[in-house]
Structure formats: structure tokens, C-alpha cells
Design a protein around this ligand. Sequence first.
Ligand SMILES: Cc1cc2nc3c(=O)[nH]c(=O)nc-3n(C[C@H](O)[C@H](O)[C@H](O)COP(=O)(O)OP(=O)(O)OC[C@H]3O[C@@H](n4cnc5c(N)ncnc54)[C@H](O)[C@@H]3O)c2cc1C
Length: 450
Amino acid sequence: MADFRDLRIVIIGAGMGGLGSALAFAKKGFKHIDVFETASNLGFVGAGIQLPPNVARVLDRLGCWDEIEREATDVKDTSIRQGSTNIELAHVNMPDVREKFGQPHCTGHRASLAGGLYNGCKKESAITFHFSTALVRVDSWAPRPMLTVKPRDSEPYQVTADVVLASDGIKSVTRTQMLADALGATSEEEDTGQAAYRIMLTRAEMAHDAEMLALLDSDTVVRWIGERRHIIAYPVSSHNIYNLSSAQPDDNFAAATNATYTTRGSKAAMLDVFADFCPLVHRMLNLVPDGEVCEWKLRVYKELPTWTHGSVALLGDACHPTLPHLSQGAAMAIEDGAVLAECVARVPAESLAGDSDSSAAAIAKALKVFELLRKPYTTMLVDLASFSGRTLHLGEGKAKEERDAAFRDGAKTGSVPDKWASPDVQKMIYSNDCVQVTADEFDKLYATLA
Ligand SMILES: Cc1cc2nc3c(=O)[nH]c(=O)nc-3n(C[C@H](O)[C@H](O)[C@H](O)COP(=O)(O)OP(=O)(O)OC[C@H]3O[C@@H](n4cnc5c(N)ncnc54)[C@H](O)[C@@H]3O)c2cc1C
């Protein structure tokens, strides 16, 4: 086989990273892409998501951004407020994101992001989805990886591929097995001590309250912060839904972790967590129906020693799960897919024309280039998200006084302690064109590998 387009690509998981990878490989011309997903469908979580320019750029190249942008909110500013008083600590205007970075910063519904990617995939005859079919184990990693998958209602069977992309999320079985088989290592979970509520309020639910309606009709992301807690909120779905996502101490989970790391929360407990937040926040939390409070455990892992083994690569939350405080988790997963497609498409044709060992060695090198390009960058963003969380959650004392002074001085310094909203950090992340970086760096990095 001399043409990279004939390589058989297998993707595990149809989350943000899996869908993004499938579409990126199809757009590069790969002809055989199979996606295996445990769930029977895309299983949309009712939650919002931020869509920064760096991911809009990738989605635009994949041809699905217009559809996603149609319902999204084009964010024009962000307001960071003291949770208890609703007093603004900093206001960061973002009027010219589109002009500066070529794409806007938007907020949207997760269903709209996943749906836009999925609709894009459905137009590509190269992509086949196998829903209700879970990866059981990786039987071999090279030269041609072999996997066992299990459809929900039938017997397990084996699948062989040239390249396997494991976008199987935070609970990745591939990660666990890869570290054990490649290095005799285990992935170490870091206790974040944090959990999140995710809430969506409809226009009808908010209609009676002018202050709430003003939030829904705005183009503003608001973050209310307090000791060890915050709430971030923004409009999605053509300003018809107001999305709130919180972070608070993980008190309910310690004893009750389940398979999905979510739990039906108690409304009383949620109101209690934010007891000293301002009346506006309380009025919104009070709109959540009893029995519909859902809480997520926020999980991260220590940086992994490797992301690849043979012709198998991890991507997205499987290898760089992050706290959500920088709003880059899904963006990074989708970028990973685009970078992987670029790397595998650049495997030299003469290597693919050789025997299966030389072909597999070249593929393994291309996957290593992906790791070299993405690991330092995503590790920096994951660290920045943790740092931002620590700063946002400070209690009374000198450090908090200094933080609040830094918020006040933000307009002068061009930097605020909420790293998501900080113009210097935004510039660094939003201007990162991961596909262009790959095109520029691939040959040099490939040549450094034995
Ligand atoms: C509260 C909160 C708020 C967030 N806000 C943002 C935000 O504003 N912006 C942002 O960019 N990110 C945000 N994120 C992060 C983002 O949701 C994740 O980083 C992103 O979804 C990761 O994508 P993924 O494809 O790696 O994993 P996932 O989307 O989790 O997908 C993994 C998929 O693999 C499937 N799977 C798992 N195991 C198997 C198996 N053995 N066989 C087959 N299939 C399998 C799963 O069913 C799932 O469909 C937030 C996260 C949280 C918790």
C-alpha cells in the first residue's frame, strides 16, 4: 500500500474527539474509517460549551462551523463578579475577537457541536459508525493493531486496523492497557476535590424576571466567584437557553462514585453550597426542578508518560483530561483529531509501500510527532486551568486581596487572574492554528525520531 488514503483507521469513542477525528481523516481523503461507540447514540448531555476561535478555525476547515455558529452566541464581553454581592471585579471587553483571530469566540449547546460534527460525518461515505459496540481490549499494538469489540446484543469479534485512535474519554480502557503493556505503568488520578452542577434554564422559565432576561439576551459570559466555588453562565441556542456550570467542593461524591461519575444531586444541597451567593444567582438556582439536579465529579490524571504505543494513539480526555476552568477540553480533543489526520497523511509514501513492519514503524513515528506537537501544549493548558481554579476559589486573606487588585488593574495590564478571560492567555490560545503548526513542524520532528 503506497497511498495513505487506503490505511484502515479505527476510532474508539464518538465523543467530541472521536467525531472530530473521523471528520478530519475523511476530509484528508482517508477511505476507511470505522468508529466504535459504546452508547446507542450520541447521548447528548444537556449542557453548554464554549467554542473558542481556535476550535472554530478547525471546525470551519472541516466544513461544519456554519451550522454550529448559526445557533451560537457571539461573545462580546465577560464579567467576573463577587458571588456574594454581584459586584463586578473585572469586565473584559472582547469586541474584536473575530477581527484579531479570524473566528469569533462563541458559546453553544453541546448537542449543536456534536450534531454539527455528526452531520458532517454522515456526509462522508468513508465513515462507518458502530453504535452500541464497545472496545473490550487491545489484543495487539503493532504492526497492525488488533482489537476485540463487543456489540451490546451479540458476541465479541476482532477488528484489525492500520491506525487506532483512542478517544474513549476520561475512563479510557485503552489508556490503562497502553500504560500497562508499554511501560508496566498505571495512570495516576489526581484528586481535584471539585464537582460541578450543570443547569439549563429556558426563556419561558426566566421570562418573569427582568434581571435574568437581561443575562439571557446579552452576549456576555458571567463568572460569579466565591471561596472554593464559582458559577460560570452564558446564553446558548439562539439566546433561548441560559447555561450555568458550577464548580464546588466534591462533598457528595467521595462516598458515591458511579460508572458515569455523575449523581442525581439534591436541590437543597445545591442551594446550600451557594447559600451566600447573591439573590440573582439564587433565583436562577431555584428554577431547577426538584429531582433534576445533576452533579459531575471533575477528574484529571497526572501527565501520562506516553500517548502512543505502536500504531495506537490516545487523544482528548483519554490522555489530557482537564478541569473546565479554561473552557478548552473539547476544543483540545477536536484539535487533536485534526493534528492526527495531518500527521498520518504525511507518512512518507515509500514507507507505506514497504513491508508491514516498515509501514507500521513509519505510522508509529507519525503518531509520536502528534504527541511531540500536542503534549507540551495541552499540558500547559491543563496546568493553567488548575491554576485559574485555585486563584478563582481563594478565601479571605492577602492572596485574595492581591487577586482582586489584579482584577481591577486588568484593563491596564492586559491580564486578569481568571485565565479564561485574560487577554494575554486568549491571544496565546486563540492564535494557535494547530493544523498550520503541524504542516510547518512535521518533517523536522519526524526526522528527529529513530
Ligand atoms: C462541567 C464541565 C464543563 C465543561 N466545559 C467545557 C467548555 O466550555 N469547553 C470545552 O472545550 N470543554 C469543556 N469541558 C470538557 C469537555 O467536555 C471534554 O474535554 C470533552 O468532551 C472530551 O472529549 P473526548 O472525545 O475526549 O471525550 P468524551 O466526549 O467523553 O467522549 C468519549 C466517548 O467514548 C465513548 N467510550 C468510552 N469508552 C468506550 C469503549 N470502551 N468503547 C467504545 N466507546 C467508548 C464514550 O461513550 C464517549 O462517547 C467541560 C467538562 C465538564 C465536566
